[in-house]
Every structure is written in structure tokens, then in C-alpha cells.
Design a protein around this ligand. Structure first.
Ligand code: NAP
Length: 256
């Protein structure tokens, strides 16, 4: 699979979707920057991408350390400003098996990564992209952004924030030659989704998700959401009166 981008930065590359995206973009003539925290998984992925012909740099970084993130971005914009940035790193938390609720510590960590580090990443790269007059930024949100699921309140809130931010940035940056795309996957096989309670209909492999994301980014679609039945269903939840949506979620065993 190829695209016209030459330098691609993927955060959360050591995970399922990030790793599949890295391999989808790995090709001769492409420089791929892989970020994660797990050095072993990043290095293994880097070898796979090199075998596919790409040049690779692996960056081990905890993105919730915003000062370190900003320092790294400053160095990056001076050396090799990416053409395509995929802000993919994220975590999920839930109310727990006993319905005990989310701890403040976990909520804080989730907000630091899913929202603050994502906005800091974009904020650190946009000025240089505007100056250059080109760039593409893909923000990995979720279908969970359409309507809050009782089992994962903070996760849904964080992904709704990313959806709104991406839509706003797309409008703002269009006239600067910068494309912004919001990606809203349904259930995709990964450690994260395996640890999530509740029904997981229409689950996709990470490779299938990556292939759909790459195509959507090539077409510069504002919203890349899949799979179709879950996309339609969750969108409908956001459009219906809230009392109907909550009743529908309970019928489908999503009452948490
Ligand atoms: N899987 C799904 O069903 C699904 C559905 C909708 C949206 N999404 C979104 O897709 C994205 C990728 O999810 P995934 O399913 O591929 O999950 P995953 O396999 O668990 O991967 C998560 C990635 O995030 C990285 N990460 C976690 N905490 C980090 C931190 N503090 N600093 C830097 N990196 C950190 C992990 O790095 P290390 O492992 O190296 O720590 C890993 O690379 C997430 O934003 C998720 O919300 C997933």
C-alpha cells in the first residue's frame, strides 16, 4: 500500500492499530517515525518496516510528559517536519466488573494522554506546517465519540473532545494547505479492546482498520468512520432524543 507522503509520524505505534498503520505506510522512499513506550515492540516493528523498504526512527517517549513531548517536537520540526502525523496513542478505562466506577487517578491519566498529549502534539507541529504550507494530521477518535456509553464515560468524553477538536482544526487549517482528518473506528482487535467489558459487535482486525484509514487519508475525508453498521447505529444514537438512545443502549446490553 502506498501514498504520496514521505515522512510519516505515528504515535502509539507499538500498539495494534499503530503497528498496522506503520506497516501499511512502510515502503521504499518513506521515512517513518514510530513512537511508543515499549522499546522491544517498537524495535521489532521498526525491523518489519525496514524489511518493507522504509527508513525508520523509533522514539521511546511517555506522551503524558508534555514538557518532554514539546522538547522532542521542537527538535523534530527543525530536522524533519513530518508530512503526515497520525495521533493514535490512547488508553481506555471503564467502570469495572463490579460497577465500582472510574478512579480519579485513572481519569486523570486518560485525560493527560487521550486529550492533552494529542492537543500538545498538534499544537507543537502546526506552526511549522503552516509556515511550510502543507501537512496532514489524522486524529484517532472513536465511534464512542458519537454517544456516551455507560461502561466507559471518560473514554467516550475524551474521544468526543478529539472529534470536536479535529473538526474545528480541519476548518481552521484548510486555507493553510493542512489537511486534518478525524478517524472513528469501531471495535478493532487489540490489547485495549480485549480489556474492555461489554459486547463488541462487528470487530475488525487492525490490518483491515489500517487499510481503511490509509484510503480515507489519501482521499482527505474529514471523517473516516467504520464499520458501516456500527457507524450508522452510533450516529443514530447521537441524533435521537436522549431518552430513546439510553433505552436502545440498555436493550443492547450497554447499560454498564
Ligand atoms: N481497539 C479499538 O477497538 C479502538 C476503537 C476505537 C478507537 N481506538 C483508538 O485507537 C488508538 C489505538 O488503540 P489500539 O486499539 O491500537 O490500542 P493498543 O494496542 O492498546 O495501543 C495503544 C498505544 O498507545 C500507546 N500509549 C499508551 N500510553 C501511552 C503514553 N503514556 N505515552 C505514549 N504512548 C502511550 C501504547 O504504547 P506502549 O504500549 O508502548 O506503552 C500503544 O502503542 C487509541 O487512540 C484508541 O482509543 C481503538
Amino acid at each position: 500500500m502506498t501514498s504520496t507522503k514521505s515522512t510519516v509520524l505515528i504515535t502509539g505505534a507499538s500498539g495494534a492499530i499503530g503497528g498496522a498503520l506503520a506497516k501499511a505506510y512502510a515502503a521504499p522512499g518513506r521515512y517513518i517515525i514510530l513512537q511508543g513506550r515499549d522499546r522491544g515492540r517498537l524495535d521489532k516493528l521498526g525491523e518489519d518496516c525496514q524489511a518493507l523498504g522504509a527508513q525508520v526512527a523509533c522514539v521511546v517517549l511517555d506522551l503524558t510528559d508534555i514538557a518532554q513531548l514539546q522538547q522532542w517536537l521542537q527538535a523534530l520540526t527543525g530536522q524533519n517536519l513530518p508530512d503526515l502525523v497520525i495521533a493514535n496513542a490512547g488508553i481506555n478505562i471503564n467502570n469495572g466488573q463490579q460497577r465500582q466506577g472510574e478512579s480519579w487517578h485513572d481519569i486523570n491519566t486518560l485525560i493527560d494522554l487521550n486529550i492533552k498529549s494529542t492537543l500538545a502534539l498538534v499544537n507543537g507541529l502546526v506552526p511549522a506546517m503552516r509556515q511550510r504550507g502543507s501537512g496532514q494530521i489524522a486524529l484517532i477518535s472513536s465511534l464512542a465519540a458519537y454517544y456516551g456509553l455507560p461502561v466507559t464515560p471518560s473514554y467516550c468524553a475524551s474521544k468526543a473532545a478529539i472529534k470536536a477538536y479535529g473538526e474545528a482544526m480541519r476548518g481552521w487549517l484548510a486555507q493553510d494547505g493542512i489537511k486534518v482528518n478525524v478517524v472513528m473506528p469501531g471495535y478493532v482487535e487489540s490489547d485495549m479492546s480485549a480489556n474492555m467489558p461489554g459486547p463488541k459487535p462487528f470487530v475488525w482486525t487492525a490490518e483491515r482498520a489500517a487499510s481503511t484509514i490509509v484510503k480515507g487519508l489519501q482521499q482527505n475525508r474529514g471523517r473516516i468512520s467504520f464499520p458501516f453498521p456500527l457507524n450508522a447505529g452510533t450516529w443514530l444514537l447521537s441524533a435521537l432524543p436522549a431518552s430513546w438512545s439510553q433505552q436502545l443502549l440498555a436493550w443492547f446490553n450497554y447499560h454498564g
